[in-house]
Design a protein around this ligand. Structure first.
Ligand code: NAD
Length: 478
């Protein structure tokens, strides 16, 4: 078993502490490798390296910075298969999805590179004679990137891509569940001719390395993706230093199925949304509202579609639709929420229990009917292959149910009526709404949650500008 180290200033360096974290394959519990459980000294060393590198990096023209992002993207494309296998082994997603994640990561870096020649300032009209007012967009400095485990490789690019193209440098803390792919990413960086210290990776737990990064007075912005509870802790830690935070948090996406919906498309999209990555995706349909007139047919068809899905160890069988949940805690949460829903009157149409086999955290594809808006299963993020269904009579009721949530990340509606779709767009209070399509955001969009789902956002022009701060210059001519 390999023991990996942190990546600081272009080299793998030993942690200053002696504690290690064992990384396990969620499909069978086998240990894959260990990484350090880093402490504050490790975090500080990485921040120091990033700080020194940033002073030179911001002086590089953005077009040169773009070249580096393209070189990283090319390296990733040369290694799609080994990277996908590493991701699947530690995270449990299917190999097909892992390959998509790796390719999307390379595309994302190329997309961010395109911004090199498009970052713009402004010239503002002055009240004074002979004065020119200029608005520059400057890098913030060192970014702290704290990552979740569900799309661990892509999230490296979602933080490092915009950070580097805008002249910042970064210290990344991967999830302690999925650090191996980040190690492989750093090995690829070592093969490139690039300045040291631009991208640093410190492994460890949230309460140690994560908290150390969020509370560092030398970090310019903490860009965090993870749960609402941890997002709140990160915000508190950053508040001491008035450090900017960018938070991408959990979701409880509603899918509204109107009576006139194309049911073939709807069943395909809702099922795909719920089994993708074993249901562990922040923006996928977590609660389904079905118009009463078509509820029996929809329930029959979605139950049949879920029953037909096939799960298992994704490294042993490439044809599985989904693999195990990430860990015991993730599995217990799904089990608890389904159990409580049943106690409160929901009926299990299919699934509702642990998947066969004594190894791995598998949960059967599950459909629950008779759910009520007040149930925990409708209010809390489940993060598993579970579809809870609530029936409604009209659009007003469906929109009211959808908006009645602490979360505000994504939402969807299935209808053939343009007026209904337009009304939903105007009245649904979420950062994203998908109409007649599965939930998956574009890199040129803006992925930003309302309410407790986040602060600020990622992707596209608006995501890029989160990594810049303004500098006004008042230039008085004689
Ligand atoms: P998590 O909040 O448990 O952990 C995320 C990261 O935070 C990990 O690296 C962890 O070590 C670190 N952390 C934990 N405690 C910390 C602390 N006190 N200070 C600093 N860092 C700390 O989330 P997770 O279980 O890894 O990921 C799943 C969650 O992420 C779900 O809620 C999901 O919806 C959300 N998510 C959101 C998006 C989005 O774009 N909005 C994308 C992916 C995942």
């Amino acid at each position: 078993m390999q023991n990996y180290e942190n990546f600081v200033n272009g080299k793998f360096v030993r942690s200053q502490g002696s504690h290690r974290i064992a990384v396990k394959n969620p499909a069978n519990g086998a240990e894959i490798c260990t990484v350090p459980d880093s402490g504050l000294d490790d975090v500080n060393a990485a921040v120091e390296a990033a700080e020194a590198a940033q002073k030179l990096w911001e002086k590089e023209p953005a077009a040169s910075r773009a070249k580096l992002l393209r070189a990283i993207a090319a390296k990733i494309r040369q290694n799609i298969e080994p990277l996908a296998r590493v991701i699947t082994e530690e995270q449990g997603k299917t190999l097909g999805l892992a390959r998509i994640e790796v390719e999307f990561t390379a595309d994302y870096l190329d997309y961010m590179a395109e911004w090199g020649r498009r970052i713009e300032g402004e010239i503002v009209e002055s009240d004074r004679k002979g004065e020119t007012i200029l608005l520059f967009r400057r890098p913030i400095g060192v970014i702290g990137g704290i990552l979740p485990w569900n799309f661990p490789f892509f999230l490296i690019a979602r933080k490092a891509g915009p950070a580097l193209i805008t002249g910042n440098t970064i210290v990344i803390k991967p999830s302690e569940e999925t650090p191996h792919n980040a190690v492989k990413f750093c090995e690829l960086l070592q093969q490139l001719d690039m300045p040291a210290g631009l991208i640093n990776v410190v492994h460890g737990r949230g309460t140690g390395a994560g908290h150390g990064l969020a509370s560092s007075p030398r970090i310019g912005m903490v860009s965090f993706t993870g749960s609402v509870e941890t997002g709140s802790a990160v915000m508190s830690a950053a508040a001491k230093n008035i450090t900017k935070v960018n938070l991408e948090l959990g979701g409880k996406a509603p899918a509204i199925v109107m009576g006139d919906a194309d049911l073939d498309l709807t069943v395909r999209a809702v099922k795909a949304s719920r089994v993708l990555n074993s249901g562990q995706v922040c923006n996928c349909a977590e609660r389904v509202y079905v118009q009463r007139s078509i509820a029996p047919e929809f329930v029959d068809r979605i139950s049949a579609a879920m029953q037909a899905t096939h799960f298992g160890d994704p490294l042993e069988d490439e044809t599985v639709d989904y693999g195990p949940l990430i860990n015991e805690a993730g599995y217990r949460k799904v089990e608890r929420l389904v159990g409580r829903a049943v106690e409160s009157g929901a009926q299990v149409r299919t699934g509702g229990k642990r998947g066969a086999g004594d190894k791995g955290y598998y949960y059967e594809p599950t459909v629950l009917t008779g759910c009520k808006q007040s149930m925990e299963i409708i209010r809390k993020e489940v993060f598993g292959p579970v579809i809870p269904i609530v029936e409604f009579d009209d659009l007003d009721e469906a929109i009211a149910y959808a908006n009645d949530s602490d979360y505000g990340l994504t939402s969807s509606i299935y209808t053939r009526d343009l007026n209904v779709a337009l009304r939903a767009c105007q009245e649904i209070r979420f950062g994203e709404t998908y109409i007649n399509r599965e939930n998956f955001e574009a890199m040129q969009g803006f992925h930003a949650g309302w309410r407790k789902s986040g602060l600020g956002g990622a992707d596209g022009k608006h995501g890029l500008y989160e990594f810049l701060q303004t500098h006004m210059v008042y230039l008085q001519g004689y």
